[in-house]
Every structure is written in C-alpha cells, then in structure tokens.
Write a protein that binds this ligand. Sequence first.
Ligand code: IPE
Ligand code: IPE
Ligand code: MG
Length: 253
Amino acid sequence: MSGLFSRTPKSETDAVFEPHGVIPVHVGIIMDGNGRWARARGLPRAAGHRAGTKNIRRVLRESVRIGIKALTVYAFSTENWARPKEEVDHLMRLISQSIQEELDDLDANGVRILHSGRLEGVNPRLQEEIRYAIERTRHNDTIVLNVAFNYGGRAEIVDAIKKIIQEGIPPEAVTEEVVSQHLYTPELPDPDLIIRTGGEFRLSNFLIWQAAYAEFYSTPVYWPDFDEAELRKAVAVFQHRDRRFGKIKDTER
Ligand code: IPE
Ligand code: IPE
Ligand code: MG
C-alpha cells in the first residue's frame, strides 16, 4: 500500500500519539541544552541547570500518565568533570538539593529511584543521600527514575568486566546475558527509546551497551523547554517506527 491509503505517515512530524498504541517500557533521556537555554535568555548557565532539574518532575509525571515504566535521565557524565569547577560544584549541589527537596514526594508517588554510575569520586555526603534514596524507594513500583550520574557507558562496561572477573566466571561462560546482568542496573530492560534534546545526534557515552536496538529521537528543543507535548511527540514518532531487530517482516517472507 502506498499514497493515500498508506498507514505510514509521510514524515515523522505527522506522527500522532496513540494512547492505546505501543508504549515504550524504558525511555532514556539525554537532557542536553540547559546552557544554551540560559544563554538565549541572557541568564547564567546555572539558571539553565536549575530549570533543567525542575523539568525532570514534569516529564516524569507525564511518563506515568503515558504508561512508561522506567525513565533513565542523563544528569552528569564522566566527561562532565572537565567543565569549570564552579559549574561542576553547582551541578553537585543541585543533585543533592533535589534529593532533599523531592524525595518525600517522589516516594509518596510510588517512584523507585535507581542510580547508574560510579559513586567513587563523589562527595561522601552525596553518596549517602543517593544510597538512602535508593533504599527508601526500593519497594515502589509506579515508575522507575534511574539517574545516570557520574555515568559513562564505557566505564559501566569496564566495571561489569571487573565484576565478572572478580566473581571468577570462566571465559566460556561469559555471554551477552552475563554482561547485561553485571551492568549498573540489571533490573532494567534495555531502553526502547532514547531521546536527546538540544539538537545533537550522538550518544555522548550514554547507555552504549543497552542502546543496541533502541530507537533514537533527537529534537532541537532545549531540555528545560521539553514539556508534556514534546514527550508525546517523541513517543508518537517511536510508535511509527518499524522495529525489525535484524529480521524481515512476516509479510515479506
Ligand atoms: C546538559 O546541558 C546538562 C549537563 C550536561 C549537565 P548542557 O550544560 O550540556 O547545556 P549546553 O549543551 O551547554 O547547552
Ligand atoms: C551529555 O551532554 C551529558 C548529559 C546530558 C549529562 P553533553 O553536553 O555533556 O554532551 P556533548 O559534550 O555535547 O557530547
Ligand atoms: Mg551540552
């Protein structure tokens, strides 16, 4: 079928969100563009990070409404340590502040918090806050909020290899499944959809193992402006993608 009667939209911008269509179980978000959002308003970068941090709640709430079961948000990469100390310090304070301010409410709303990343090198008090948030929300099951903080995809694979060796698993027993089970969050399925705001088309070391068959969606919208409608648009595009996982469709056999 083609033309007028085709079920495939002319372009992805025509995709319409279908609440009863396929909903991605796990969505990863590369929350980029905070700095440029601030700059466009004549504000310091810190204001962009503050607005970006606030936006997580809005997108989380909409994710629950849509029926997404897990959200992994890229908050701080292993490469972000190379930014000016002032900005790094500000980002660390923001993470700590949001845990303190939001934890009660997140917990009351059934949000389970997970962390992907290394805790070594992080301020001990912040480490403690992160461990506490995970422990306190571990029985919640409305949605998972996995915070990729001090996270690098390559570091994650290196850490998995170390754990596998330490456990004495013999080479012939190392399978893709075994590697997956030794990553930071073995309880999460691979992401179905990865969204990048801020307009770039790269993963920047985000979930590089798990993203093998994720659908990638990039939007020029800066993270603080990425609202409910933008999330629905991303899911609509996902719903119109044809995921083949290397196979051919039954109808084309
Ligand atoms: C993303 O926004 C947040 C972090 C990387 C911590 P940026 O700070 O990268 O914003 P831009 O890309 O400079 O606009
Ligand atoms: C990716 O954004 C990291 C986070 C969103 C935390 P960056 O701004 O660090 O990525 P690059 O430098 O543009 O690749
Ligand atoms: Mg950036």
